[in-house]
Ligand binder design. Structure first.
Ligand SMILES: Nc1ncnc2c1ncn2[C@@H]1O[C@H](COP(=O)(O)OP(=O)(O)OP(=O)(O)O)[C@@H](O)[C@H]1O
Ligand SMILES: [Mg+2]
Length: 133
């Protein structure tokens, strides 16, 4: 794999850490024993792309529009601990950083959560504005 360093994201590190802990917490608790979990990062079309994928229980198609709503829990999740606030928090934080979060999932196969975050503005532009001509 070609490793590329991602540029630093402008934002609140503590809040962004909550995004990853919530997504990874879900990936782990909605997985079956031995299921692989992956976190992939990259840059595409001027945005930072982060994908958290699992091979867990998946999300029913009819639930997909609601999973980012506060207190929404899938009916197959009731045996698994949680209150239904993780994804609402993820969405609020990502959108506060000018980004988006999307989900693709297939029941019984797994889920992929994709985060898109804006690339930081080049520092030179800021300096140009601050320095007198
Ligand atoms: N990776 C996943 N695989 C399968 N279902 C998921 C996954 N992530 C979220 N869900 C579904 O979306 C619902 C909402 O997720 P969310 O993280 O908001 O709540 P929770 O994990 O149930 O509780 P909390 O995050 O507050 O502990 C979950 O209850 C579950 O039904
Ligand atoms: Mg959760």
């Amino acid at each position: 794999m070609n490793e590329i360093a991602l540029p630093p994201v402008n934002g609140d590190g503590r809040q962004l850490r909550r995004v990853f802990t919530n997504l990874l917490d879900n990936a782990i608790k909605f997985s079956n024993k031995g299921g692989a979990i992956s976190l992939v990062t990259g840059i595409s079309e001027g945005e930072i792309v982060i994908k958290v994928a699992d091979q867990g229980i998946g999300i029913p198609y009819e639930d997909l529009p609601y999973i980012f709503d506060a207190f929404h829990r899938g009916k197959e999740s009731t045996k698994i601990e949680g209150v239904g606030l993780g994804l609402a928090t993820v969405k609020a934080i990502v959108e506060a950083h000018g980004g988006r979060v999307m989900v693709e999932s297939e029941l019984g196969k797994g889920s992929v959560f994709t985060l898109l975050l804006p690339l930081p503005q080049p520092a030179t532009k800021v300096q140009e504005r601050l320095l007198p001509a």
